[in-house]
Design a protein. Sequence first.
Lengths: 112, 113
Amino acid sequence: GEDVEQSLFLSVREGDSSVINCTYTDSSSTYLYWYKQEPGAGLQLLTYIFSNMDMKQDQRLTVLLNKKDKHLSLRIADTQTGDSAIYFCAEPTSVGTYKYIFGTGTRLKVLA
Amino acid sequence: DTGVSQDPRHKITKRGQNVTFRCDPISEHNRLYWYRQTLGQGPEFLTYFQNEAQLEKSRLLSDRFSAERPKGSFSTLEIQRTEQGDSAMYLCASKRGSTDTQYFGPGTRLTVL
C-alpha cells in the first residue's frame, strides 16, 4: 500500500533556508502536495507539484521532485519565525477516491 | 469566508456520550472527505462522499461511527458511545473534480474524558 515518510524535526535559525524532505511510494500519483499546520489549526495548502515537473518555485518556496527516487522536498528561503509549524507532504491515491496519504509531518522550529 | 467550515471547533465530552460534528464544504465542491488526526500523526482517511453517496469507508471507521451527507452539501460525522481513544482532531476537506486539490477546514478537536 501507499506510504509517505518524513523526518520528524527540523530546527533552523531565522534567515536561513529550511529543507523538508519526504519519500512516497505511489509512482503514478499525478500531484504531490505540501500542507502547513499551525498549532490547533487545520491544514493550509502551501503548494503542489505536478508529477511531470522537476521543480516548482513560488515566492520563498521551492519544491523539488525526483520521481526516480520517489523523493519530494520543500525548501523555504529566508525562514521566518512565522514559518514555525508542522509541514505535511501528501500523496493522493492514484485510483478510486484520490484520498490523501499523509506523512507523519515535520515539525519546523525557527530560532530567532 | 468561502472556505470549508466545521462546527464545533472544540468538543469535550464524557466517555459513553454521543457527539456529532458538522462540515460545510466550499459551495461548488461535490466531493467531501473526513480525516482523523491524532497527536503527533498525520491525518488518516475516514470516509469519502461524492454528492450524497458515501463511496468509501476506512477500516478505522468502526460501527460506532456514522457519516452522512443527505443533500450532497453539508456532512455530519457522529460518534456513538465515545471512548478515550476517539480523542483526536477531525478534519473535513472538499474538492470539485476527482483529481483536484483538497481544501481543509479548521477541524473539530474532540476530547473524551
